[in-house]
Design a protein around this ligand. Sequence first.
Ligand code: NDP
Length: 291
Amino acid sequence: MTAKIIDGKAIADRVRAEVKEAVAKRAAEGKTIPGLATVLVGENPASKVYVRSKQKACAEAGINSFGHNLPEDATQEEVEALVRKLNADPNVNGILVQLPLPKHLDEEKVLGAIDLNKDVDGFHPINIGRLAQKGREPVFIPCTPAGCMVLLEEAGARLTGANAVVLGRSNIVGMPVALLLVKANATVTIVHSRTKNIPEVLREADIIIAAIGQPEFVKKDWVKPGAFIIDVGINQIEDPTSKKGYRLVGDVAFDEVAEVAAAITPVPGGVGPMTIAMLLKNTLRAAELKD
Ligand code: NDP
C-alpha cells in the first residue's frame, strides 16, 4: 500500500480563502472587521517568526492585527494589565499570547486573564475544561488540534469506534487532540515518555497523532496497515546537502510509514499550515460571536 498524502497546505489554503471571503462579506455589509491582538513577551526567535507569520496571514485574509511586544523582564502584572486592556478593546476580537512565556511568568494566570470570548488559541483553562467535559463545548478549540481533526476528516478517516493513539500529552497539542478524539467517539490511548512498549501500543492504532518532537520516531513496523497518520512534529535534522545545513522532519519516518499507512501528512506541508488557518477561522468566529 502507498499512503494518500494529506495535503495540509491545500486544505489550509481553502480554509484561508473561505475566511477571506467571509471577512470581505462582513466589510461589504458594514459589519466589524475581525481583529487579532498578538502578545509577544521577550525575544525568543522562533516565537517572533510565529507571530510574524500569524500577522501576515491575518493581513492576507483582511483581518486586522495588532502586535504588542513586551520586554523579556516584563512583570506578571504588566502582562496581565495588557491582556485586560485588550479584553476591553472593541477592535480586538481575538487575543493570542505567544507561548512559551519567559520562565518567571505564570502562564496559567496569563491565559486565564483572557476574556473567554476572545480566547482564539483556546488555551483558557475554562475552554480546555469544557473540552474535557461531556455535553459541554468550548468557545474555541485550540488551533493545532482543531487542524488535526480537519485533516482526519478530509482524509476520510472513520473516527467512531476507531482506536486512536496520541503520542504526547502537552497542553497545546497532545492532550487537547486526545480530548477531541474522545468527543468524536474514538477510543483513545495517550502515549508519553513513561509509556512502556510504545511499538506494541501503536500497532493497535487505526489513527496515530504524533506530537512528541522526536525526529522520525514512529517506524513502519509499528504501524498497522491502513492506519491514518497525522504528524504534528517539527524537528530540524542536519542535512549537509541542504543550503541551510538542515531540513525539517516530523515525528514519523515518513517514507517508510507511507508504504503501509492509508493516509499520512507530510512535514512540512501537513499540520503546520492548518494551525494558522484555524487561528484565522477562530478570529472570524470571535467577531461573529459579537454580531
Ligand atoms: P512538548 O515538548 O510540550 O511535549 C512533548 C510530549 O511528548 C510530552 O508529553 C512528552 O512526554 C512526550 N515525549 C517526548 N519524548 C517522548 C518519547 N521518546 N516517547 C514518548 N513520548 C515522548 O511538545 P509540544 O506538544 O509542544 O510539541 C510536540 C511537537 O509538535 C514538536 O515537534 C513541536 O515543534 C510540534 N508542534 C507543531 C505545531 C504545528 O503547528 N505543526 C504546533 C505545536 C507543536 P512527557 O509528558 O512524559 O514529558
